[in-house]
Design a protein around this ligand. Sequence first.
Ligand code: GLP
Length: 259
Amino acid sequence: MAEIVIVESAADAGGLVADEIVRLVRTRPDAVLGLATGSTPLPVYDALRSRLSGVDVSRVRGFALDEYVGIDPRHLESYRNVIFREVVEPLGLDPARVRVPDGSLEGIAHAGDDYEAALADAGGVDLQILGIGTDGHIGFNEPGSSFASLTRVKTLTAQTRADNARFFDHPDDVPMHCITQGLGTILRAKHLVLLAFGAAKAEAVAGAVEGPVTASLPGSAIQLHPHVTVVADEAAASQLRFADYYRYTWAHKPEWREL
Ligand code: GLP
């Protein structure tokens, strides 16, 4: 079962996860980080800025979860630009060691396979940061995504396009397609860390953690993974049936156990 940590604030969550990432990088200087976009991981990246000063990150590698297909690469909201602006530059990572799926139309037919090959070459992701969509998607794996899926092109749901419209001038500007690591790809990472904040995520979190394992709620795939940490604020955790048990477990966590 996943370890569920219910925190008071997104900043607390950011600090907790950042500490874990620093521990990982100190023990493994060429660690492979699975990077996520969206607003949810931002407190982690913020917290990492100060914590990583003095830590050698020159060999750290990174792989993003997903990208829009056909988006102008210069668009501020292409995930490539988001990852470089919000993660690579502030944390001082080596840009050559960070990859984002290639969403350009030219080569899209083999972009998924290329990405899988690069992930395999790197030895896989050590720690994968995840957010969750209001419909339960992780990466851009919309409801119905196969648990065996690998990096490939998907069609975004109307809900995801509406959720992400805030990043674009006009809702119609949100691309229709994306390229995303599959659920099967994500499940290969050694440690999954799913973060969720706010009441809008409560239903998706409850479904992912406690609901039936179903492709209808792709986040429920985390129940198939042996090492998962879910960090949620009170609002996002508000529909968890066993929340008291999770709080009790966290409060009594032996000191020798890491996240
Ligand atoms: C997008 C991303 C997901 C992210 C989700 C939630 O769809 N592809 O990786 O988890 O949005 O976004 P936010 O964290 O902004 O709520």
